[in-house]
Design a protein around this ligand. Sequence first.
Ligand SMILES: Nc1nc2c(ncn2[C@@H]2O[C@H](COP(=O)(O)OP(=O)(O)OP(=O)(O)O)[C@@H](O)[C@H]2O)c(=O)[nH]1
Ligand SMILES: [Mg+2]
Ligand SMILES: [Zn+2]
Length: 314
Amino acid sequence: MDGTVIRNTGSHYIVEQNGSAGEISCKIKGNFRIKGIRTTNPVAVGDNVTVGEPGPDGTAYITAIEPRKNYIIRRASNLSKEAHIIAANIDQALLVITLIDPPTATTFIDRFLATAEAYAVPAIIAINKIDLLTGDDDMELLQAVSYLYRSIGYKVFAISAKTGEGLDGLRKYLAGKVTLFSGNSGVGKSSLINDLIPGLDLKTAEISAAHGTGMHTTTFSEMFHLPEGGSIIDTPGVRGFGTVDFERNEVAHYFPEIFEKSRECRFNNCTHTCEPGCAVLRAVEGSEIAASRYASYLSILDDAGEGKYREGHK
Ligand SMILES: Nc1nc2c(ncn2[C@@H]2O[C@H](COP(=O)(O)OP(=O)(O)OP(=O)(O)O)[C@@H](O)[C@H]2O)c(=O)[nH]1
Ligand SMILES: [Mg+2]
Ligand SMILES: [Zn+2]
């Protein structure tokens, strides 16, 4: 039978049969690796696959995987040379961030956005937990972060999974599409999905009082269908976002505002770090390009080709 991988529990893949709600638990057979990249999971949620008849012991195997429309990957873990495919065949990626409880680091946001650009997946940002923003300073921060990313061209939603504020706009944006939900642990991805899909009741958990970080409540990726049509893929919270396979001279391509400015640099192989006549450096000095974005650019430039991995904390 042909179907879509909707859950990956490590050893097993749950495949939903096309055109029905029927599910089958299966394993993989064969080698489905992406050319040139070692991956921890050869098959990902969102993959369209063929499952053979169960053998005598009752185990069914995925026998073929359709070529992917796209996929998004990150470095599997610190120092790892392996990549982890987060999801395949997606229309867009929603990055859920929070300004407090826990604060999302800008380097994490920018590394995610750059990865989405690299894999040509449109990215959206949802700033969650706005119910916790009370003082003037908080409001200013919300305005500043929203303005920054909107000015680069990203759609930004300010929402509260707790009160429901801002959810209608987001709901419309998700209808009919396959959207990957990503973000640090504890930012409210599962809470948000519970709001969007009544009756789902995914497990959520308080962030740790001791560390101020999430508890990694969601432990494997899973696809859910929206009542309006379309699907959401919930994923486990990640700490850092290690980029995979970026060439040094490509990094600027994945920062739209830096790329745009770079056309005015004197040298066309400018790395925007020290060169005379660099329009990017000038724009950073003049605050036309945000210092935080430029710092994120440098952090990716730093590990491009070296296989390093960065935690998302400052
Ligand atoms: N105040 C407030 N709390 C929220 C909001 N959204 C989620 N939370 C709380 O934040 C905590 C973490 O939420 P989860 O939905 O488990 O977060 P997650 O992103 O799925 O975390 P992982 O599964 O660990 O990646 C829970 O205690 C939620 O109740 C919100 O909009 N406002
Ligand atoms: Mg979760
Ligand atoms: Zn330059």
